[in-house]
Design a protein around this ligand. Structure first.
Ligand code: 13P
Length: 250
């Protein structure tokens, strides 16, 4: 089995205006000077910046993804964006099922699975997010929660090319807290087992990202854990120096 090429993806969430296009350009410039064969890199800006970044003349190998999509291709869905519209912007991926969407918009595993399928229909790679809350971890339910989210939100047809899994413990997001190396190893190992049993060789080579307060100071340690194939970075992806430093830690 070929080695898995890691992915460092930045999720800008609801941050960024046109003045931040220069930050994207700085990240692109730094990344394109490195050996881009070593790790893939991506920025997921808000929709308002998607076309500008995905068509940026200096993007080079730096990919661009969206943060959510609707299930339908077109129609009467005011305020929503379809996967086909994301492809039309020249973006190549979409995050689905982020815990902030699960919490803010009541998104279910079933809906997230439909969004993943819709994103494949448009030729996008789906970054499917899962992760337990603090309460669920305290109750000792982490592995069962992650298992039911994975089973419920990753549809049949997932391959190493069209799907990336992001494990993001909710209590570690934006809090400065990170899961311990032992906890990350345990959860990622469990996710790998489940992926292999559902998707065989594709599951064995599917990327599993860790997310939750990944920063310069902890990236190298986290990225060295078994079955961690990159990171989904929130806050630190807004600062080019930090994001590039995380990329260099791979
Ligand atoms: P932070 O890196 O800001 O904790 O965010 C993680 C995240 O939610 C990425 O999707």
């Amino acid at each position: 089995m070929a080695a898995i090429k890691p992915l460092i993806a930045g999720n800008w969430k609801m941050n960024g205006s046109r003045s931040n296009i220069s930050d994207f350009a700085a990240i692109a410039s730094g990344y394109n000077k490195t050996d881009t064969g070593k790790a893939d890199a991506m920025i997921c800006p808000p929709f308002t910046l998607l076309a500008a970044l995905a068509n940026h003349p200096d993007a080079g190998a730096l990919a661009v993804g969206a943060q959510d999509c609707h299930v339908a291709q077109t129609g009467a869905h005011t305020g929503d964006i379809s996967p086909e519209m994301i492809t039309d912007c020249s973006a190549s991926a979409v995050i689905v099922g982020h815990s902030e969407r699960r919490a803010d918009h009541g998104e279910s595993n079933e809906l997230i699975a439909q969004k993943a399928q819709a994103s494949w229909r448009a030729g996008l790679m789906a970054i499917i997010c899962i992760g337990e809350t603090e309460q669920q971890r305290q109750n000792g339910d982490t592995l069962s929660v992650v298992e039911s989210q994975l089973t419920g939100s990753v549809p049949q047809g997932a391959t190493a090319k069209n799907t990336v899994i992001a494990y993001e413990p909710v209590w570690a997001i934006g809090t400065g807290l990170t899961a311990s190396v032992e906890d990350v190893a345990e959860v990622h190992g469990h996710i790998r087992q489940l992926l292999v049993s559902s998707f065989g060789d594709e599951g064995a080579s599917m990327r599993i990202l860790y997310g939750g307060s990944v920063k310069l100071g902890n990236a190298a340690q986290l990225m060295a854990v078994d079955n961690v194939n990159g990171a989904l970075v929130g806050g630190a992806s807004l600062k080019p120096v930090d994001f590039l430093g995380i990329l260099a830690a791979i």
